[in-house]
Design a protein. Sequence first.
Length: 396
Amino acid sequence: MPSSNSASEQTAWLEIFLLWFAGISAAMQFAKFSVSYNELLTYYQAGPTLTGAAISVVGTIGLIFGVTAGLIAGKIGYRKVLIGALILGASLSFVQSLLPTFEIVMATRVLEGFSQLGVVVAAPTMIAKLSAARHRSITMGLWGTFFGVAFALTGLFGKSLINHFELSGLYFTHGLLMGGMAIALIALLDKNEQRYHSGSVASNEPYFKKLGKIYRTPQTLLPGLVFVFYTCTLVSLLTYIPNFIESDSLRATMQVILPLLSTAGTFIAGTLSQYAMRPQQVAQVAYAGLACGALVLFSNLSSAMAFCLVVGQMVLFAGLIPGAALAMIPRLARNSDEQANGYGLIAQLGNLGATVGPPSFATLITAYGLNGLIGLVWFICAMGSVFAFMAARIER
């Protein structure tokens, strides 16, 4: 491992957990509109297409500006970007709680994309720097659970907030959460920005030359390529697999269990990466396990319970992938700027996968049924394994 990646001998657990909670609050920018979709549809009467766009538009910012955010955060300072992003997110939630016109809501959602991107680029870079080497894969595995935890918490409490305080209450509560995280981090994070940098020399290269260099640098590109095939797959599995379960009660149960299995897999990946094997190997095991589960599905299981068990195994192995990909970045990156660029590229490619994956799976399922889903899973596993192998080859 490069010496520039060496962290302090002590892990700043309090700060790391606060940064993780900051990530959860940022992911709730997606989850709060997902859990309130039906109420938004009723209140604004904007139709399913535009209301659905209000959910996904946050992610398009990461798709367009993911790498750019890494460059900007390294220049401005990760602490400043993180706190600014949280304050922006809190302010926008407060605006949404006023239930303005749908056009204003859409504008706030676009701006929330910048808030969310600022958090997911700055926070993991800071977590990596605040972690001792012996804990870094664990803390990155913890970070990788933030999205699933956000959806689980919002699903658990969101409907209750809507029932008691309507849409305004849900969005106002989210604003309080993000604002509270900003205040806590202002008070507790070290104000010395150099603590979150690796002392890399500032570059005066033109912007587009820097951008091209990021895509040509294996240390930043390969973790993102491992990650993109995960986002292609998991969202689609969670969306389409339950439709193949005939029992209504079993289907509803699996819709709760599958996201939790994915989150568990992500944290397990961090532990495995720290104590058992390199994160590149964890990714290879994950893709192999996912492919094997798809092979079992290909045998046309007759029992609904057996089908659910195999699907649960597939989602668990799929959940290992983001934990492995995130753990790769501080392991491969030679300085904090490369780390931030790696997280920015993961944000960009992750949004690309989430955009391309569902329609691709839907097309093949429509044409070939379950076999179409299985075939695409095999292709994705083959590609993900290749890039994980390449990432293993470049580590010094």
